[in-house]
Design a protein around this ligand. Structure first.
Ligand code: C2E
Ligand code: CA
Ligand code: CA
Ligand code: CA
Length: 276
């Protein structure tokens, strides 16, 4: 038994070493990739479910390696957070998305909103508010057309601090959406105290919606909750017409997903918007 334990231990530490080395390697690659302009944004249209017309877009971060391969954000963002690099990258994302919003406005899309994902590491940085104000000022993006998406898991921690922070963010004029809503079990009394404008129903609940009656119950609950609290609701990850139909029937008015469009390059977004 002892030698077996020893063997397991050996494999365990070796496995862990490989994982840490891989993370460190990716961290260096990300840092130099960022410096060399390998990061860019894709924009996924957000539409009105009744008309199919886009009212805004979500900016999604992309990393293309020298050899043309793309690293998915679910793989590199945790590393950017873990290394603190997310603060710099997140600032770049916000500025880039704001600049794109201004370009869209100049192209005539004056009633268009831009949603930007904000990591909790970035959000908790002491200079976050200054950074936000500067990004708005320098790019000339109108705050009322900028929305920040924070995840529900972030909304669960330190409620008083978060409530105060969100109040300050709101004073800059930007709106706040809670992303992946329904996955974090945040308490409702807590949610009521936060100055948020919108809840995003997580893709997982949208994909369950066409199954059993129980499958749609979380989506239904979030829509009802939004109505009661006077919050806007958007469903993410809508892939087929049946899902869109059920969401409409449940009273959800906004959506985002492959049914409408995948995330697009800036010029693709402009062409997509031009099609009536
Ligand atoms: P998220 O914020 O929940 O973003 C939605 C994800 O769902 C995106 O994945 C999007 O491409 C994908 N998606 C959109 N429509 C559909 C659909 O109909 N079906 C399916 N199966 N997927 C759909 P992506 O771009 O790979 O991003 C993954 C996650 O990475 C994001 O999840 C977000 O948490 C994070 N992320 C992306 N960009 C940023 C960023 O700029 N900053 C931070 N902090 N996180 C980001
Ligand atoms: Ca998001
Ligand atoms: Ca989401
Ligand atoms: Ca999600």
């Amino acid at each position: 038994a002892k030698s077996q334990h020893g063997t397991n231990h050996f494999y365990f530490t070796r496995g862990l070493g490989v994982e840490i080395r891989e993370r460190v390697r990716m961290m260096h690659a990300l840092r130099s990739g960022f410096a060399r302009g390998q990061l860019y944004l894709a924009y996924q249209p957000q539409v009105d479910l009744a008309t199919g017309r886009a009212f805004g877009a979500e900016a999604l971060l992309r990393w293309r390696l020298e050899d043309g391969r793309n690293v998915p954000p679910d793989r590199f963002i945790p590393i950017a957070e873990y290394s603190g690099l997310i603060t710099e990258i997140g600032e770049w994302v916000l500025r880039e998305a704001c600049a794109e919003l201004v370009r869209l406005r100049e192209a005539g899309h004056v009633d268009f909103t831009m949603s930007v994902n904000v990591s909790q590491v970035q959000f908790r940085h002491p200079h976050f508010l200054d950074m936000l104000r500067r990004a708005l000022q320098d790019t000339g993006a109108p705050a009322e057309y900028v929305e920040l998406e924070i995840t529900e898991s972030m909304a669960m921690e330190e409620p008083d601090l978060l409530a105060e922070m969100l109040a300050q963010v709101k004073r800059t004029g930007v709106s706040i959406a809670i992303d992946d809503f329904g996955t974090g079990f945040s308490s409702l009394s807590h949610l009521q105290r936060l100055q948020v404008d919108r809840l995003k129903i997580d893709r997982a609940f949208v994909s369950e919606i066409t199954g059993s009656a129980r499958g749609s119950s979380i989506a239904e609950m979030v829509i009802q909750l939004g109505r009661n609290l006077g919050l806007s609701i958007i469903a993410e990850g809508v892939e087929d017409e049946r899902q869109a139909q059920i969401l409409r029937a449940l009273g959800c008015r906004k959506a985002q997903g492959f049914l409408f469009s995948r995330p697009l390059a800036p010029d693709e977004l402009v062409s997509w918007l031009a099609v009536p």
